[in-house]
Design a protein around this ligand. Structure first.
Ligand code: PLP
Length: 355
C-alpha cells in the first residue's frame, strides 16, 4: 500500500477552502480510516487545528506518539475513571448521554474543552435539543467546563445535500445551541463539501474525515470530481498468468465461466487483506493502466482477473486494487459497500510505504 502525504495535506486544504471561517478537527479515528493513525496525525500535524478520534484508547496512542494539541474524543468517557484520564491527557471529550452525568458530577478536574452533543434527528448519540439550556446551567460552573462548554451535532443525510432532514437538523441545532455561549460544530465531510456549512448555521469547527483520504462522501460521486486526491493506493503483484480454456470455470464455487480461451491473472490480494469478498465478477482493477474485471470469487489471499485487455501483462506486474487512477468509491459501489468500509478494513499485514 502506498500512502501519499501530500495528497492528504491537499485534501485538508480543500476542506478548509470550503469552510474558510472554521477550524478543522481532522478526524483520524479507526486507525486514520485505515491509513495508520500516527502516520496521518504526523502528516497533518502542521495543518490541522486538532484531531478527532473515537475513543480514549485512540487518544492515548496519539499522546504516546507525541501528538500534542487539541484532541476531541467523539464517544467521550464511558467509565468514571475516564474523566481523570481525559484531564491527564488534555483531551476534549464529548458528553452525549445521561449515563455519563453522575461520573462527571463526581469529577473535579479541569478539561481544555467539553463538547455537549445534541441529537437533532439522527437518533444515535446526543441529548434532546430542549436539554441544551438545562445542561448549560448545570455545567457552566463545573471545573470541567473551564476550557469552555461547546456544542455539536451530527447530520444523518449530509451525503444527500438536498435531503430535507439536513435543514431540519441544522434549524434544531441553531435554535438550541447558537444562542448559548460556546463553539458550534456539526459538519462532517459531506456537509463541508456540499456547501451546507457555507449556507447553514455557524460551524466554528468542522469535522472532516473521509474527504481527507480522497473519497467524496456524496452519493454517486468520486473524490476527483471535488478536487480530492486518493491518499491510499493498494497494489499487489500478479503471481501467475494462465489461459483458461473455453467452458472452464475460475475459483471457488466455479462461479465464472470462460466463453472463449481467456488469459487470467492471479493477484496476491484477498479478503484477509481487506479486499471485499463479496466483490462480484466485473469489479474493476487496473493492470498496466488498463481496467480489467475481477473474475470468480475472491479467495482469502488471492483474486483473479481477466487479462484479455492487457496481453502484455506479466507475472510481477503490480495490480492496482484502488487508489490513484481507480477511486475506492468505484470499487466499493461494485461490491455493494462504501469507500469508508474498504479503507478502514485494510489489513495490518499490508505493508505501508509512504511519505
Ligand atoms: C466519523 C465522524 C465524523 C467524520 O465523518 P466523515 O463522513 O468521515 O467526514 C464527524 N463527526 C463525527 C461525530 C463522526 O463520528
Amino acid at each position: 500500500m502506498h500512502l501519499d502525504g501530500a495528497a492528504l495535506r491537499h485534501n485538508l486544504s480543500v476542506a478548509r477552502g470550503s469552510a474558510p471561517g472554521s477550524k478543522v478537527w481532522a478526524v483520524i479515528k479507526a486507525d486514520g480510516y485505515g491509513h495508520g493513525m500516527e502516520w496521518t496525525a504526523q502528516s497533518l500535524a502542521d495543518t490541522a487545528d486538532g484531531f478527532a478520534v473515537s475513543c480514549l484508547e485512540e487518544a492515548e496512542v496519539l499522546r504516546e506518539a507525541g501528538i500534542g494539541g487539541p484532541l476531541l474524543v467523539l464517544q467521550g468517557p464511558r467509565r468514571e475513571s475516564d474523566w481523570a484520564r481525559c484531564e491527564a491527557l488534555g483531551l476534549q471529550p464529548v458528553l452525549h448521554d445521561e449515563a455519563q452525568l453522575p461520573a462527571l458530577d463526581a469529577f473535579r478536574g479541569r478539561l481544555p474543552g467539553l463538547w455537549i452533543k445534541l441529537d437533532t434527528g439522527m437518533h444515535r448519540l446526543g441529548f434532546a435539543p430542549l436539554k441544551a439550556q438545562v445542561l448549560f446551567e448545570q455545567l457552566r460552573r463545573h471545573p470541567a467546563a473551564v476550557g469552555g462548554l461547546h456544542w455539536m451535532t451530527h447530520l444523518a443525510c449530509a451525503d444527500r445535500p438536498e435531503h430535507p432532514q439536513n435543514r431540519a437538523q441544522l434549524d434544531a441545532f441553531s435554535h438550541a445551541a447558537c444562542e448559548l455561549p460556546g463553539l458550534c460544530s456539526y459538519a462532517n465531510s459531506a456537509a463541508v463539501i456540499s456547501g451546507l456549512v457555507a449556507g447553514g448555521a455557524p460551524c466554528d469547527w468542522i469535522r472532516p474525515g473521509i474527504m481527507l483520504y480522497g473519497p467524496s462522501p456524496i452519493e454517486a460521486e468520486e473524490g476527483p470530481e471535488r478536487g480530492l486526491q486518493p491518499v491510499m493506493t493498494v497494489t499487489a503483484p500478479l503471481i501467475a498468468v494462465k489461459t483458461v480454456p473455453p467452458g472452464e470455470h475460475v475459483g471457488y464455487g466455479a462461479t465464472w465461466t470462460a466463453r472463449q480461451a481467456t488469459r487470467a491473472g492471479v493477484v496476491a490480494m484477498g479478503y484477509a487483506d481487506g479486499y471485499p469478498r463479496h466483490a462480484p465478477s466485473g469489479t474493476p482493477v487496473r493492470v498496466r493502466g488498463q481496467v480489467c474485471p475481477l473474475i470468480g470469487r475472491v479467495s482469502m489471499d488471492m483474486l483473479e482477473v481477466d487479462l484479455t485487455g492487457v496481453p502484455e501483462a506479466r507475472v510481477g506486474d503490480p495490480v492496482t486494487l484502488w487508489g490513484r487512477d481507480l477511486p475506492v468509491e468505484r470499487v466499493a459501489r461494485a461490491a455493494g459497500t462504501i469507500g469508508y468500509e474498504l479503507l478502514t478494513r485494510v489489513a495490518g499485514r499490508l505493508q505501508r510505504v509512504g511519505g
